[in-house]
Design a protein around this ligand. Sequence first.
Ligand code: ZN
Length: 243
Amino acid sequence: MRSYSELTDRLRALRGWKVRQVATIWEYPWFVVEPTVAKRAPTVLLSGGMHGEEPAGVEGVLRWLECGRPGNINWLVFPCINPYGWARNQRRNRQRRDINRQFQRRTNTPEAELIKRLVKGRRFEFSFEFHEDVDASGFYLYELRRQPPYIGEQILQAVSRVTPINRDSIIDGNRATGHGLIRREIGRNMTRVRQRGPMAFHLFRHCTDHILGSESALTVPLAQRAQAHVTALEFALSLTFRA
Ligand SMILES: [Zn+2]
């Protein structure tokens, strides 16, 4: 079992961020992190821990919060979406559900319903989800955007200095660029995505025009995987909010 109280302690020790418990799910406090002061500025949604057996996602979010400052951005951060699974290193929640398949319609999956409520009526400059892929040979990225510019290739160039990139032409059943990027096209393919009910599609429909999702491979140590996610986020921020 991983210690959720250690994670809670790290959240409560953050400087420059406001940590709010917004729910209790399966007896675990569920946290949202935001800037201390709300600003009239674009918002970035950052999340980790959708799947409990992907610890580098949560670790990446924590490291970002511990080292990064909100800057002139409004943040909405879900540091650990699935505490029950994270504590047990299991993908699914207590109902044995993959939370990332519960966004297509109303379900009684509390994590998904809570997120839908928290994002309702909000707009995000982009959403960035940190994940891991237990079968992958290297780091890769999903990007879904309504119109150019696409920034995934540049992000991957930066991440390649930190960790090996997955250069396969097919990754997890999706066509990839050969540089670790899966660019989701809008159109026919989206029907299938919608039926699978990921959070990303819910957000893309209702809350944002730009989705990024990073997937680290378990072939390197946790610290390196977490750093890869942080590097990807840093480049997404610098490419999106060029001064
Ligand atoms: Zn995942």
